[in-house]
Ligand binder design. Sequence first.
Ligand code: CP
Length: 307
Amino acid sequence: MRHVLNITDLSVSEIDSLIATAMDIIGNREKYQDICRRKKLATLFFEPSTRTRLSFEAAMLELGGSVIGFSSASSSSSSKGESVSDTVKVVSYYADIIAMRHPKEGAPVAASAVSGVPIINAGDGGHNHPTQTLADLLTIHREKGRFNDLTVGFCGDLKFGRTVHSLVSALSRYCGINLVFISPDELKIPQYIITDIVNKNHMPYIETRDMESVMPTLDILYMTRVQGERFFNEADYVRLKDYYILTPDKLAAAKPDMCVMHPLPRVNEISRTIDSDPRACYFKQVENGKYMRMALIMMLLGLTPEI
Ligand code: CP
Protein backbone atom coordinates (compact mmCIF):
# COMPACT_ATOMS: atom_id res chain seq x y z
CA MET A 1 0.00 0.00 0.00
CA ARG A 2 1.32 3.43 -1.02
CA HIS A 3 0.42 6.90 0.24
CA VAL A 4 1.16 10.17 -1.58
CA LEU A 5 1.68 12.84 1.06
CA ASN A 6 4.48 14.74 -0.65
CA ILE A 7 5.38 14.99 -4.35
CA THR A 8 8.70 13.25 -3.64
CA ASP A 9 6.77 10.16 -2.52
CA LEU A 10 6.64 9.63 -6.31
CA SER A 11 9.92 8.95 -8.11
CA VAL A 12 10.80 10.81 -11.31
CA SER A 13 10.14 7.65 -13.31
CA GLU A 14 6.74 7.22 -11.63
CA ILE A 15 5.89 10.82 -12.56
CA ASP A 16 6.94 10.04 -16.14
CA SER A 17 4.61 7.00 -16.07
CA LEU A 18 1.72 9.08 -14.68
CA ILE A 19 2.24 11.62 -17.47
CA ALA A 20 2.31 8.84 -20.07
CA THR A 21 -0.92 7.41 -18.63
CA ALA A 22 -2.56 10.86 -18.56
CA MET A 23 -1.64 11.42 -22.21
CA ASP A 24 -3.08 8.00 -23.07
CA ILE A 25 -6.31 8.86 -21.21
CA ILE A 26 -6.61 12.07 -23.25
CA GLY A 27 -6.45 10.07 -26.49
CA ASN A 28 -8.41 6.97 -25.40
CA ARG A 29 -11.16 7.90 -22.94
CA GLU A 30 -13.27 4.75 -23.48
CA LYS A 31 -10.34 2.47 -22.59
CA TYR A 32 -10.46 3.78 -19.01
CA GLN A 33 -14.19 4.05 -18.40
CA ASP A 34 -14.56 0.80 -16.37
CA ILE A 35 -11.09 0.37 -14.86
CA CYS A 36 -12.21 1.28 -11.31
CA ARG A 37 -15.61 -0.44 -11.40
CA ARG A 38 -16.70 -1.43 -7.85
CA LYS A 39 -13.93 0.74 -6.32
CA LYS A 40 -14.78 3.66 -4.04
CA LEU A 41 -12.91 6.92 -3.49
CA ALA A 42 -13.58 8.87 -0.28
CA THR A 43 -12.99 12.62 -0.43
CA LEU A 44 -12.46 13.93 3.13
CA PHE A 45 -12.26 17.71 2.83
CA PHE A 46 -11.90 19.51 6.15
CA GLU A 47 -11.16 22.73 4.24
CA PRO A 48 -12.93 24.36 1.24
CA SER A 49 -12.13 23.31 -2.32
CA THR A 50 -13.61 23.52 -5.80
CA ARG A 51 -11.03 22.06 -8.18
CA THR A 52 -9.26 19.46 -6.10
CA ARG A 53 -12.33 17.78 -4.63
CA LEU A 54 -14.43 17.92 -7.77
CA SER A 55 -11.58 16.82 -10.03
CA PHE A 56 -10.87 13.83 -7.76
CA GLU A 57 -14.57 12.97 -7.88
CA ALA A 58 -14.80 13.48 -11.65
CA ALA A 59 -11.63 11.40 -12.07
CA MET A 60 -13.05 8.43 -10.12
CA LEU A 61 -16.44 8.66 -11.88
CA GLU A 62 -14.72 8.73 -15.30
CA LEU A 63 -12.85 5.57 -14.29
CA GLY A 64 -16.17 3.85 -13.56
CA GLY A 65 -15.80 3.99 -9.77
CA SER A 66 -17.93 5.59 -7.05
CA VAL A 67 -17.36 8.44 -4.63
CA ILE A 68 -18.30 9.05 -1.00
CA GLY A 69 -17.18 11.80 1.35
CA PHE A 70 -17.75 15.21 2.86
CA SER A 71 -16.84 18.71 1.75
CA SER A 72 -16.50 20.48 5.10
CA ALA A 73 -15.50 19.64 8.63
CA SER A 74 -18.85 20.96 9.84
CA SER A 75 -20.74 18.22 8.00
CA SER A 76 -18.62 15.44 9.52
CA SER A 77 -18.28 14.14 13.08
CA SER A 78 -15.06 16.12 13.46
CA SER A 79 -17.48 18.91 14.44
CA LYS A 80 -18.34 16.71 17.46
CA GLY A 81 -14.68 16.37 18.37
CA GLU A 82 -13.69 13.20 16.49
CA SER A 83 -9.97 13.08 15.67
CA VAL A 84 -8.55 12.94 12.15
CA SER A 85 -7.07 9.52 12.99
CA ASP A 86 -10.41 8.06 14.05
CA THR A 87 -12.20 9.59 11.05
CA VAL A 88 -9.70 8.11 8.61
CA LYS A 89 -9.60 4.73 10.32
CA VAL A 90 -13.40 4.54 10.05
CA VAL A 91 -13.53 5.68 6.41
CA SER A 92 -10.87 3.18 5.40
CA TYR A 93 -13.47 0.46 6.16
CA TYR A 94 -15.80 2.07 3.59
CA ALA A 95 -13.49 3.13 0.73
CA ASP A 96 -10.60 1.74 -1.32
CA ILE A 97 -8.67 5.03 -1.46
CA ILE A 98 -8.89 8.39 0.34
CA ALA A 99 -8.14 11.92 -0.86
CA MET A 100 -7.91 14.22 2.14
CA ARG A 101 -7.54 17.98 2.62
CA HIS A 102 -6.93 19.47 6.04
CA PRO A 103 -5.94 22.94 7.31
CA LYS A 104 -3.29 21.50 9.65
CA GLU A 105 0.15 20.78 8.21
CA GLY A 106 1.00 17.11 8.69
CA ALA A 107 -2.60 15.88 9.15
CA PRO A 108 -2.24 13.46 6.18
CA VAL A 109 0.82 11.93 7.84
CA ALA A 110 -1.27 11.18 10.93
CA ALA A 111 -3.98 9.78 8.65
CA SER A 112 -1.54 7.52 6.81
CA ALA A 113 -0.37 5.99 10.11
CA VAL A 114 -3.82 4.49 10.78
CA SER A 115 -5.36 4.09 7.34
CA GLY A 116 -5.98 0.68 5.83
CA VAL A 117 -6.13 2.19 2.31
CA PRO A 118 -3.94 4.62 0.32
CA ILE A 119 -4.07 8.27 1.46
CA ILE A 120 -3.58 11.09 -1.04
CA ASN A 121 -2.76 14.50 0.42
CA ALA A 122 -5.12 16.94 -1.30
CA GLY A 123 -3.53 19.90 0.49
CA ASP A 124 -2.39 20.31 4.11
CA GLY A 125 -2.35 23.85 5.42
CA GLY A 126 0.52 25.93 4.04
CA HIS A 127 2.65 22.82 3.56
CA ASN A 128 2.16 20.64 0.45
CA HIS A 129 -0.27 19.99 -2.40
CA PRO A 130 1.23 17.14 -4.43
CA THR A 131 -1.67 16.52 -6.81
CA GLN A 132 -1.73 20.20 -7.83
CA THR A 133 1.93 19.65 -8.68
CA LEU A 134 0.98 16.69 -10.87
CA ALA A 135 -1.44 19.01 -12.71
CA ASP A 136 1.34 21.61 -13.01
CA LEU A 137 3.85 19.06 -14.31
CA LEU A 138 1.51 17.77 -17.01
CA THR A 139 0.85 21.38 -18.03
CA ILE A 140 4.59 22.12 -18.26
CA HIS A 141 5.09 18.88 -20.20
CA ARG A 142 2.34 19.77 -22.70
CA GLU A 143 3.34 23.43 -23.05
CA LYS A 144 7.13 23.25 -22.88
CA GLY A 145 7.93 19.61 -23.71
CA ARG A 146 10.61 19.44 -21.02
CA PHE A 147 11.31 19.81 -17.30
CA ASN A 148 14.97 20.76 -17.72
CA ASP A 149 16.51 24.16 -18.51
CA LEU A 150 13.66 26.40 -17.41
CA THR A 151 13.61 29.70 -15.55
CA VAL A 152 10.57 29.57 -13.30
CA GLY A 153 9.23 32.63 -11.48
CA PHE A 154 6.98 32.14 -8.45
CA CYS A 155 5.05 35.30 -7.57
CA GLY A 156 2.84 36.32 -4.64
CA ASP A 157 2.30 34.42 -1.41
CA LEU A 158 5.34 32.15 -1.32
CA LYS A 159 5.11 31.75 2.46
CA PHE A 160 1.72 30.03 2.69
CA GLY A 161 1.45 28.89 -0.96
CA ARG A 162 1.59 25.10 -0.62
CA THR A 163 1.45 24.64 -4.40
CA VAL A 164 4.71 26.61 -4.67
CA HIS A 165 6.43 24.46 -2.04
CA SER A 166 5.40 21.25 -3.80
CA LEU A 167 6.35 22.45 -7.29
CA VAL A 168 9.79 23.68 -6.14
CA SER A 169 10.28 20.25 -4.59
CA ALA A 170 9.29 18.52 -7.84
CA LEU A 171 11.54 20.75 -9.97
CA SER A 172 14.52 20.12 -7.68
CA ARG A 173 14.93 16.72 -9.34
CA TYR A 174 15.55 18.17 -12.83
CA CYS A 175 18.61 19.92 -14.32
CA GLY A 176 19.04 23.53 -15.34
CA ILE A 177 16.17 24.95 -13.29
CA ASN A 178 16.60 28.61 -12.29
CA LEU A 179 14.22 29.82 -9.60
CA VAL A 180 13.02 33.41 -9.26
CA PHE A 181 11.05 34.07 -6.07
CA ILE A 182 8.98 37.26 -6.36
CA SER A 183 7.24 38.35 -3.17
CA PRO A 184 6.94 41.08 -0.57
CA ASP A 185 9.23 40.54 2.42
CA GLU A 186 6.32 39.36 4.58
CA LEU A 187 5.47 36.51 2.16
CA LYS A 188 8.94 35.22 1.25
CA ILE A 189 9.55 31.56 0.54
CA PRO A 190 10.13 29.76 3.88
CA GLN A 191 13.74 29.25 4.91
CA TYR A 192 13.22 25.47 5.21
CA ILE A 193 12.41 25.31 1.48
CA ILE A 194 15.61 27.22 0.68
CA THR A 195 17.74 25.10 3.02
CA ASP A 196 16.24 21.64 2.55
CA ILE A 197 15.30 21.76 -1.13
CA VAL A 198 16.87 24.66 -3.06
CA ASN A 199 20.34 24.74 -1.53
CA LYS A 200 20.51 21.00 -0.97
CA ASN A 201 19.95 20.46 -4.70
CA HIS A 202 22.27 23.33 -5.73
CA MET A 203 19.44 25.17 -7.52
CA PRO A 204 20.33 28.73 -8.58
CA TYR A 205 17.77 31.23 -7.24
CA ILE A 206 17.11 34.90 -6.68
CA GLU A 207 14.60 36.64 -4.43
CA THR A 208 13.08 39.97 -5.47
CA ARG A 209 10.07 42.18 -4.85
CA ASP A 210 10.08 43.46 -8.44
CA MET A 211 8.06 41.36 -10.89
CA GLU A 212 8.62 43.68 -13.86
CA SER A 213 12.44 43.58 -13.76
CA VAL A 214 12.56 39.77 -14.03
CA MET A 215 9.63 39.29 -16.42
CA PRO A 216 11.76 39.08 -19.65
CA THR A 217 13.87 36.25 -18.19
CA LEU A 218 11.05 33.84 -17.34
CA ASP A 219 9.90 30.69 -19.17
CA ILE A 220 7.13 30.17 -16.62
CA LEU A 221 5.44 32.69 -14.33
CA TYR A 222 3.58 30.89 -11.53
CA MET A 223 1.22 33.40 -9.94
CA THR A 224 -0.41 32.73 -6.56
CA ARG A 225 -3.22 34.14 -4.45
CA VAL A 226 -2.43 35.75 -1.11
CA GLN A 227 -3.85 33.15 1.29
CA GLY A 228 -6.04 35.31 3.57
CA GLU A 229 -7.27 32.28 5.48
CA ARG A 230 -3.76 31.62 6.84
CA PHE A 231 -3.08 35.18 8.07
CA PHE A 232 -3.26 35.96 11.78
CA ASN A 233 -3.88 39.65 11.14
CA GLU A 234 -6.63 40.94 8.81
CA ALA A 235 -4.87 44.30 8.37
CA ASP A 236 -1.76 42.57 6.98
CA TYR A 237 -3.90 40.62 4.51
CA VAL A 238 -5.67 43.78 3.29
CA ARG A 239 -2.30 45.53 2.86
CA LEU A 240 -0.72 42.67 0.89
CA LYS A 241 -3.56 41.06 -1.07
CA ASP A 242 -3.21 43.19 -4.20
CA TYR A 243 0.59 43.59 -4.05
CA TYR A 244 0.93 41.95 -7.50
CA ILE A 245 -1.61 42.21 -10.29
CA LEU A 246 -0.52 40.78 -13.64
CA THR A 247 -1.87 43.07 -16.39
CA PRO A 248 -1.36 43.08 -20.17
CA ASP A 249 1.09 45.99 -19.76
CA LYS A 250 3.32 43.91 -17.50
CA LEU A 251 2.95 40.79 -19.66
CA ALA A 252 4.12 42.77 -22.70
CA ALA A 253 7.70 42.43 -21.45
CA ALA A 254 7.49 38.61 -21.22
CA LYS A 255 8.78 36.06 -23.74
CA PRO A 256 6.22 35.29 -26.45
CA ASP A 257 6.08 31.66 -25.28
CA MET A 258 6.17 32.23 -21.53
CA CYS A 259 3.51 30.21 -19.65
CA VAL A 260 1.38 32.04 -17.10
CA MET A 261 0.35 29.45 -14.51
CA HIS A 262 -1.81 29.73 -11.39
CA PRO A 263 -3.24 26.91 -9.26
CA LEU A 264 -6.49 28.88 -8.83
CA PRO A 265 -8.67 30.13 -7.22
CA ARG A 266 -7.71 33.57 -8.57
CA VAL A 267 -8.79 36.71 -6.77
CA ASN A 268 -7.23 39.88 -8.30
CA GLU A 269 -3.69 38.76 -9.06
CA ILE A 270 -4.24 38.08 -12.78
CA SER A 271 -6.31 40.54 -14.79
CA ARG A 272 -9.24 38.83 -16.58
CA THR A 273 -8.03 40.45 -19.82
CA ILE A 274 -5.09 37.99 -19.77
CA ASP A 275 -7.38 34.95 -19.96
CA SER A 276 -7.51 35.20 -23.77
CA ASP A 277 -3.72 35.58 -24.12
CA PRO A 278 -2.22 32.35 -25.58
CA ARG A 279 0.29 32.36 -22.72
CA ALA A 280 -2.47 31.90 -20.12
CA CYS A 281 -2.28 28.26 -18.98
CA TYR A 282 -4.26 28.29 -15.73
CA PHE A 283 -7.44 26.74 -17.08
CA LYS A 284 -5.31 24.12 -18.86
CA GLN A 285 -3.93 23.21 -15.40
CA VAL A 286 -7.49 22.56 -14.25
CA GLU A 287 -8.13 20.08 -17.08
CA ASN A 288 -4.72 18.45 -16.71
CA GLY A 289 -5.37 17.96 -12.99
CA LYS A 290 -8.25 15.62 -13.67
CA TYR A 291 -6.19 13.41 -16.01
CA MET A 292 -3.27 13.20 -13.55
CA ARG A 293 -5.63 12.36 -10.68
CA MET A 294 -7.14 9.58 -12.82
CA ALA A 295 -3.64 8.25 -13.48
CA LEU A 296 -2.70 8.49 -9.79
CA ILE A 297 -5.84 6.71 -8.56
CA MET A 298 -5.18 3.83 -10.97
CA MET A 299 -1.52 3.64 -9.95
CA LEU A 300 -2.28 3.52 -6.21
CA LEU A 301 -4.98 0.89 -6.75
CA GLY A 302 -2.66 -1.18 -8.96
CA LEU A 303 -5.04 -0.92 -11.90
CA THR A 304 -3.08 0.97 -14.57
CA PRO A 305 -3.57 -0.83 -17.92
CA GLU A 306 -0.88 -1.32 -20.56
CA ILE A 307 -0.35 1.77 -22.70
N1 CP B 1 -5.91 24.52 -6.82
C1 CP B 1 -6.70 24.16 -5.78
O1 CP B 1 -6.29 23.48 -4.85
O2 CP B 1 -7.99 24.63 -5.87
P1 CP B 1 -9.13 24.30 -4.81
O3 CP B 1 -8.75 24.97 -3.51
O4 CP B 1 -10.39 24.87 -5.41
O5 CP B 1 -9.19 22.81 -4.66
